[in-house]
Design a binder for this molecule. Structure first.
Ligand code: CIR
Length: 264
């Protein structure tokens, strides 16, 4: 039976032009165009079978469209993060409130910092990127929540990009799409790896929803590689949010409804 999937999203903030930037120079973001692209992204999620649950816009939180960084949702528990960029920490409050309706919620506490973009979940394996945004205290807190639930936690060094999921994402039960220039393939023993096309270093960030993949349309060569492997791929144009260092996984939290969950 197909599971009912929720995709939590948040509108593009009116202040997106003040977003955090690490690897890119600032370029003007066309707010209207960004909002249209975000609406098309939500439609792609709906086409893939998700029910959209939209948080309210936060006009004073420039990066709040990137909800992925605020939480990681497992079948058993949701972990609300403490983002590495101080400007982003207030984003987590409404996310925690919302998630209480779907899961037991744990919070990452100071001095730990963690961005959801650094957490790659593949079955019971959880890889945590060692990036500028995520520290070892966060990994220790995640371990204490997840190891008793039979997850295995591994730290993975990341270079040249913002988050671990800029460099690698899960595309199947035992398969990852990776850019080997930004993360060591040896970090994922036992996984079948597909590499991004060398001309498309940022193409490793794809969003798996059920049996489909949602990819950014600026990476046609990597898309072709995925289609050759038999994947069903939908492309979306997120070029305005890419100027804010956002990509396809960043703009949603996708998880199955647990029919037996009751809010406490
Ligand atoms: C930031 O630097 O935090 C935002 N401008 C971009 C966050 C993108 N999030 C993600 O890759 N998970």
């Amino acid at each position: 039976m197909r599971q009912s999937l929720v995709a939590v999203t948040r509108p593009v903030s009116a202040s997106i032009n003040e977003c955090e930037l690490t690897h890119l120079d600032r370029e003007p973001i066309d707010l209207e165009r960004a909002r249209q692209q975000h609406a098309a992204y939500e439609r792609a999620l709906e086409d893939a079978g998700c029910a959209i649950v939209r948080l309210e816009e936060a006009a004073d939180l420039p990066d709040s469209v990137f909800v992925e960084d605020t939480a990681i949702v497992f079948d058993e528990v949701a972990i609300v993060t403490r983002p590495g960029a101080e400007t982003r920490r207030p984003e987590t409050h409404p996310v925690a409130e919302l998630l209480r309706g779907y899961r037991a919620v744990r919070r990452i506490e100071t001095p730990a910092t963690l961005d959801g973009g650094d957490v790659l979940v593949a079955g019971r394996m959880v890889f945590i990127g060692q990036s500028r945004r995520t520290n070892d205290d966060a990994a220790a807190q995640i371990r204490s929540t997840l190891e008793p639930l039979a997850y295995e936690i591994h730290m993975v060094p990341v270079t040249g990009c913002l988050h671990l999921k800029s460099a690698a994402t899960a595309i199947g039960e035992n398969r990852l799409l990776i850019n080997p220039a930004w993360v060591e393939p040896d970090a994922f023993p036992g996984f079948d790896l597909i590499e991004t096309h060398p001309l498309e270093p940022s193409a490793a960030n794809v969003l798996r929803v059920d049996r489909q993949l949602i990819c950014a349309d600026r990476f046609p060569r990597t898309r072709e590689r995925l289609e050759r492997e038999g994947f069903v791929v939908q492309s979306v144009d997120l070029s305005e949010l890419a100027k804010a260092e956002g990509a396809v996984t960043c703009c949603s939290l996708v998880f199955p409804i647990q029919p037996n969950f009751t809010k406490r």
